[in-house]
Design a protein around this ligand. Structure first.
Ligand code: CU
Length: 73
């Protein structure tokens, strides 16, 4: 049974719309992530993931590897 968790994020370091789409694409292709969105306008994101397959820490690290800083709200 998947254990779905939804987390809102504050994302620092985005400077245009391609930053937010890049984050979105990488998160969506991350194993265990069901749905992800990021917005340059609001500097926020939302990620839905399966806790059986990944962790919030992994999601935050994936964003960090792209050069941004995400903080759960
Ligand atoms: Cu950018």
């Amino acid at each position: 049974m998947p254990k779905i968790k939804k987390v809102n994020l504050d994302i620092e370091g985005m400077h245009c719309n391609s930053c937010s789409s890049g984050i979105q694409l990488v998160l969506q292709s991350t194993d265990g992530v069901i749905n992800a969105s990021a917005s340059y306008d609001t500097k926020k994101g939302e990620v839905e993931f399966d806790e059986e397959k990944t962790t919030l820490d992994n999601v935050l690290k994936a964003i960090e590897q792209l050069g941004y800083k995400a903080t759960p709200m």
